[in-house]
Write a protein that binds this ligand. Structure first.
Ligand code: SAM
Length: 397
């Protein structure tokens, strides 16, 4: 497999994250060709995919397009896929896994196209090499993605393998943890760059504070992982990969960022957050504490507060949560005057109980829950006031 050959790269993400992913990709110097709801298309090589896998905070996977063809039924899928020179791509002693997204009237069992594609690949390698790779559901080695819509199909090498959202640091998830990629996008949406202190009360398993610390130190989240799909391809150059990792490590900021303070009322959450931060290598940058959010020790201003209270869909009673949201408003008003506070929530009725007017409402999805990141700018002497709410922002895609 030629790692320098250009093709279309489809970089996937969760719905609502594509505008943040687009910014990241452009910052890395790539020209964005197409923005989809759940992904961005650029042109690039497998060598480019190494850097992208290391650097992107908000992506799920970096997919390298192998082929696109007309595909009416499972037999045409088999025939078209068997024409590809798999023996030059996949070592015969490897392990492969197929992931497919199919929307075609001839298919009512989603396992069937996976099986057909897998057969096309292993039959071809068997014919050429007299040995064949193993296959199964684990995304630990070579992963092939199939997108099949109506009578067109696209085949991709999944250069990431396992989802990039699984950074590997969250060994102890605690309750209702935010996905790492979502937490990273939320921190990007706040504009946090590590230039001012960050306060994260209600930190749970610490995801927002940990993603904040990675951003503050310009640390590539992919360095936390040691296994990627591209490492299993024929032609993978370990020396080139080591060089990319070394260069990426060097880019990380060694300077200590301003204080990052993370607290939670639940001691078990703080134990989990501390361990997760240690696994991510940022525990020395975060000051943890167990307390009610309103008692969180605050640094001298200016600072930024980011909170992700429960929103009742998964846990907690609404009436109790109403009081919590009211108290968040009091905390902002009384202790964060002149500062900026953010609340990430999936319950806009509860958000109204904050009784402060958000200056921005940034839309997100947490799984299938419609969420908002609400920005509150507390000026000195800020008051509760029934000003007209700010407009809901729309996605760039
Ligand atoms: C939705 S979870 C936060 C999840 C977090 N973003 C993560 O990724 O793990 C809300 C957290 O708020 C904490 N919490 C609830 N009431 C609190 C209070 N009064 N003071 C501080 N923390 C509180 C809970 O213990 C829980 O860990």
């Amino acid at each position: 497999m030629d790692f320098q050959k250009k093709s279309r790269l489809l970089i996937t993400c969760a719905p609502s994250l594509s505008q943040w992913l687009q910014k990241e990709i452009e910052t890395l110097g790539h020209k964005v060709l197409l923005v989809r709801r759940t992904g961005i298309e650029i042109e690039g090589t497998l060598a480019d995919s190494m850097r992208l896998n290391l650097w992107l905070h908000t992506a799920f996977a970096v997919l390298y397009r192998l082929d696109e063809f007309e595909c009416r039924d499972p037999e045409s899928l088999y025939r078209a896929a068997a024409r590809l020179p798999w023996e030059n791509i996949i070592p015969a002693d490897e392990y492969i896994s197929i992931v497919s997204y199919v929307d075609n009237p001839s298919i009512n069992n989603s396992m069937f196209p996976n099986l057909k594609l897998k057969d096309a690949i292993v039959d071809r390698i068997m014919r050429k090499e007299h040995r064949r790779p193993d296959s199964g559901p684990e995304r630990t080695n070579i992963v092939i993605n199939l997108y099949w819509k109506d009578d067109r199909a696209w085949l991709y090498l999944n250069t990431s393998g396992n989802k990039l959202a699984d950074r590997g640091y969250r060994r102890i998830p605690h309750k209702a943890p935010m996905q790492e990629t979502l937490a990273a996008a939320v921190m990007m949406a706040t504009g946090y760059t590590g230039q001012m202190p960050l306060v994260a009360p209600m930190c749970g398993s610490g995801t927002l504070a940990i993603e904040g610390a990675l951003i503050a130190q310009n640390r590539a989240p992919g360095l936390l992982r040691s296994n990627y799909g591209f490492m299993h391809l024929k032609g993978f150059d370990d020396d080139a990969w080591r060089a990319v990792r070394r260069e990426t490590m060097k880019a990380g900021e060694k300077k200590r960022p301003p204080r990052i303070i993370a607290t939670d009322i639940d001691p078990k959450a703080v134990v989990a957050a501390r361990k997760n931060a240690a696994t991510a290598g940022v525990d020395h940058l975060i000051e943890f504490g167990v307390c009610d959010f309103a008692e969180t020790p605050l640094p001298p201003p200016p600072f930024m507060v980011v909170m992700n209270p429960e929103y009742g869909n998964r846990m907690g009673e609404i009436s109790q949560l109403e009081k919590v949201y009211e108290r968040i408003g009091d905390f902002f008003k009384q202790k964060c005057q002149g500062q900026t506070g953010y609340v990430f929530t999936g319950n806009l009725d509860l958000a109204k109980k904050v009784h402060l007017t958000p200056s921005r409402k940034i839309p997100f999805f947490n799984a299938d829950i419609d969420c908002r990141l609400l920005k509150y700018e507390m000026y000195a002497g800020s008051r509760r006031k029934p000003r007209k709410p700010g407009p809901v922002e729309t996605q760039g895609s």
